[in-house]
Structures are given as structure tokens and as C-alpha cells.
Design a protein around this ligand. Structure first.
Ligand code: EPZ
Length: 428
């Protein structure tokens, strides 16, 4: 197995450039098949989730050409498949965007229930409710979702019971070619929802209101190919901002949209960190101690749940008592059992975690419990005195491109090593 080995306690200094947004990329790539044409997607992150979703399109009959590291061309003119294999679907959450994209293209889809990080139950009832409202029959058998709309899709007025990124995206994908005006209320407003709407519009769709609570989509008969560049990754940028804060560093994060970083910047300022915003970069400097703060995660524009584990690693070092209330997921604190191995003092009660800041973390042997929990382990290891090792790094590599190179570029000591697998627990 591969692990990261980190020699911590080094101040990060220099600049890091972030890549394209993972959660926009994994929606835009399947969305491209709605065009039945050639789409060129730029500023893609080089991460495993992007290669898995691209492989799904290839399996369905699309031609996907890697033009450069961050650019692909998707030719879906000859794509005819409408069934996604279990093998690929189980590797990632976003495989379920093929439900909306295939339904929108062919009026039918068969997609196994998706994989992805485990944060307690992850229902998809709002996705299915949206598809049904557009006229699809929904079936669920042996873990495979089947959608069929033999008479085509018809616009409807849909009210989401919960604010869901995935359901908003899936219903957008299914309705761009549905006949009439679809109105979706109580939608998610994350930057990647706006990015998807812009991408769909660049293919000739008529999507309005993305970024507000109500999205209106007037169905069009045909879409066409496009060239589109994905927005920068808010969460990757935030992760490096917090790594700078945790190590008492001075790091400029480039290729960002400062507006997307506001809730994270404001928390860092509350914690005593200096934050300087420029047109498309942000500089983080910490030369004093960290002060405790509290965070409640919420759908956008609230503090992103995808930043809470990384924030926990910083809170572990902040003087006083900090807290995180998880407002999105039922159970997103599994990583805390690993964080305490560095010497963090943390307690979890239901959806609230509290941290009594310690002066120093110490190197530890830990595992990544999930993608962002893994990022928190990297931040803690960078800040800790001594050597740390992080197992199960495949979680981290689903979402962070060239993590080692980027961190080494700002002075971190982090390497990837192959070590023997641990003995099977059941072996005698
Ligand atoms: C997306 O997951 C992201 N994944 C997650 O990022 C992120 O944590 C999450 O949005 C919230 O921002 C991708 O974009 C691929 P939701 P998603 O539907 O769409 C409940 C990362 O680290 N819900 O917005 O699956 C659900 O249980 C990943 O990059 C329903 O009840 O999240 C949760 O409590 C991890 N019924 C809440 O809504 C539904 O039908 C928000 O989930 C759908 C969701």
C-alpha cells in the first residue's frame, strides 16, 4: 500500500496554484453528453475522480481524448449506452450524475447506487422525486436505479425538501431538454452549481437563476458542442490556506476566486491570521498564536462542510475552546479519532465537536478516513513536530491533484512511499 510520510514542524512559505474544481468537473463531464457533440473541457483537476467519470463515458461509447494534463475533449456523438457498470459507479458519488445526463439525452438510464465518502446515510430521494416530476418512471432493484420516460420529459414546478447539491445538479441535467419551463425551488447555490449552469448555457441551454434559491430552465430541443474552462477549486484553495495557518506560514494561493473564499478568510481573521486578497490570489500569513473560534457548516454561502475537517486540524492548535457544528451531514467526524493521535484534544457529541487547543501536535501514524478527513491529516502532520505517516491515501487522491509537489513547493517535507500491506486481521 502507498502512504504519505511527513516530517512536520516546517513553516510553509511560497505560492501554490490551485486546479479546477473537482465538484464542478464531476458534474460538467457527464453533462457534456447532453450535447451529442464534441465538448472541450479545460482547467480540469488531475485527480482520480475525473479519470473515473471519464472512464464511465468511454464505457457508454463516448470518445474521450486527453489533450493535455488539464484539458479533455469529449465526443459523445456515438454514445449509445445508457447503463453504467457497478464496477465504476461504486468508486465515486458523482457517478449518479449519469442518471440526470442519460435521462436528459435518451429518456432512460440505469445507474447503480453510487459510492463516495461515508458520512452516515446519503439518501437520493430528492433526485428521484425530481426525475418523477419530469415524467420518468423510477425503479430501484438490486441496488440499480432505473429511469424511463418513454413519452419524453415534461417541465414541472419542483420544490426540493432539502437543499441538495447532487439533486439540484441531477434535476438540472434532466430538465435542460425537457419540454417547457422547469422551475426548481430551494436549490443549492454552491459555486459549482453556477459553473454547471454556465456550461449548459454555453451548449445552448436556457438556465437562469443559478446561484439563487430558484433555478428556471426552459427546455431546448438541441444542444451543441462547446469549449469551457472549469472554475478554480474552492476547497483545494481553502485546504492550502488552512495548511499555511496551521504551520505559522506565509503562503499565497493562486488561481482562486476570492469571493468563494470569503467564509474561510473571515474565520482565519477571527483566529488571528492575516489574510490579503488580490484579484485572483490570496495571501495567508500567521506569525502569532491562533485564537479559538466556532464554525457551523451550512450549504453555500455558509461555511462549507467540505472544509470542516481541515478547520478542525487548525482548531486543535488554537488557544481556548473551539467548536464545529456539522449542519449538513449526519456523521462527518470519523476523522477525529485519527486527529487525537497527534495529541489533539477533541470531544464529539452528536453533530458538535469541541477542541481544547494544545500548544503542539506530535507526529503520528494515522489513516485518511475519507477525502477531506484525509486532508485534515495532512494539515495536522505538516504542523506536528516529528514524523507522521498517513495510510489510505487513495481517499485524498480522489480530490487533490499533485498534492506532494504543491506542498514540497512551499517547503513541506512530504513523500509518498510504498510499504507492505498490513496483515489481514482475520489471518491467524
Ligand atoms: C456534494 O455531495 C459534494 N459531492 C460533497 O463533497 C459535499 O459535502 C456536499 O455536496 C455538500 O456540500 C459532490 O459534489 C460530488 P447533498 P452531495 O446532496 O451532492 C441530504 C467532497 O468532499 N440529502 O448536498 O451528495 C444529505 O443526506 C464531497 O468533495 C437528502 O436528504 O450532497 C445531506 O444531509 C463529500 N436527500 C444533505 O442533503 C437527497 O436526495 C446535503 O447533501 C439528497 C441529499
Amino acid at each position: 500500500m502507498d502512504i504519505f510520510v511527513v516530517e512536520g514542524g516546517k513553516r510553509l512559505e511560497g505560492s501554490i496554484t490551485v486546479g479546477g474544481a473537482k465538484n464542478a468537473a464531476v458534474a460538467i463531464i457527464p453533462a457534456a453528453i447532453l450535447s451529442g457533440d464534441i465538448c472541450r473541457i479545460e482547467n480540469l483537476p488531475t485527480i482520480s475522480d475525473v479519470s473515473v467519470i471519464s472512464q464511465i463515458l468511454v464505457q457508454l461509447g463516448a470518445k474521450v481524448t486527453q489533450i493535455s494534463n488539464s484539458v479533455i475533449e469529449i465526443d459523445s456523438r456515438n454514445l449509445t449506452g445508457f447503463q453504467v457498470s457497478q464496477e465504476l459507479a461504486k468508486n465515486m458519488r458523482a457517478s449518479y450524475y449519469l442518471l440526470g445526463a442519460l435521462l436528459g439525452r435518451f429518456n432512460r438510464a440505469r445507474v447503480p447506487m453510487p459510492g463516495g465518502c461515508y458520512f452516515g446515510v446519503r439518501p437520493i430521494d430528492q433526485h428521484l422525486k425530481g426525475f418523477e416530476a419530469l415524467g420518468a418512471d423510477v425503479g430501484l432493484r438490486d441496488g440499480v436505479v432505473s429511469l424511463n420516460a418513454p413519452n419524453g420529459l415534461k417541465a414541472n414546478h419542483i420544490f426540493m425538501d432539502v437543499v441538495s447539491v447532487g439533486a439540484t445538479i441531477n434535476v438540472m441535467l434532466a430538465s435542460v431538454k425537457a419540454e417547457g419551463l422547469t422551475i426548481i425551488e430551494n436549490v443549492a447555490k454552491e459555486p459549482h452549481i453556477v459553473d454547471l449552469a454556465n456550461f449548459l448555457n454555453s451548449m445552448g441551454a436556457d438556465v437562469r437563476g443559478a446561484g439563487t434559491d430558484v433555478i428556471k430552465i426552459r427546455g431546448v430541443k438541441e444542444l451543441h458542442g462547446t469549449t469551457y474552462s472549469i472554475i478554480p477549486d474552492q476547497i483545494e484553495a481553502g485546504t492550502y490556506m488552512l495548511a499555511a495557518a496551521a504551520t505559522g506560514g506565509d503562503v499565497t494561493v493562486n488561481n482562486i476566486i476570492p469571493k468563494h473564499m470569503e467564509c474561510i478568510s473571515k474565520k482565519l481573521v477571527e483566529m488571528g491570521v492575516s489574510v490579503y486578497e488580490y484579484d485572483d490570489s490570496i495571501r495567508i500569513i500567521r506569525d502569532g498564536g491562533l485564537k479559538a473560534c466556532s464554525v457551523i457548516t451550512m450549504p453555500h454561502p455558509g461555511f462549507p462542510t467540505d472544509m470542516q475537517p481541515q478547520m478542525a486540524a487548525v482548531m486543535a492548535l488554537a488557544s481556548g475552546t473551539s467548536s464545529i457544528t456539522e449542519g449538513v451531514w449526519e456523521n462527518r467526524f470519523q476523522y477525529i479519532a485519527e486527529l487525537v493521535k497527534f495529541g489533539a484534544k477533541a470531544d464529539v457529541h452528536g453533530r458538535v465537536a469541541t477542541f481544547s487547543g494544545v500548544e503542539q501536535l506530535n507526529g503520528a501514524s494515522v489513516k485518511a478516513t475519507d477525502l477531506r478527513g484525509g486532508a485534515a491529516m495532512v494539515i495536522a502532520a505538516l504542523a506536528a513536530q516529528g514524523e507522521s505517516s498517513i495510510r489510505e491515501i487513495f481517499h485524498i487522491e480522489r480530490g487533490y491533484e499533485q498534492l506532494i509537489d504543491k506542498l514540497v513547493g512551499v517547503g513541506a517535507s512530504i513523500t509518498r512511499k510504498t510499504v507492505p500491506d498490513p496483515p489481514d486481521k482475520d489471518e491467524k
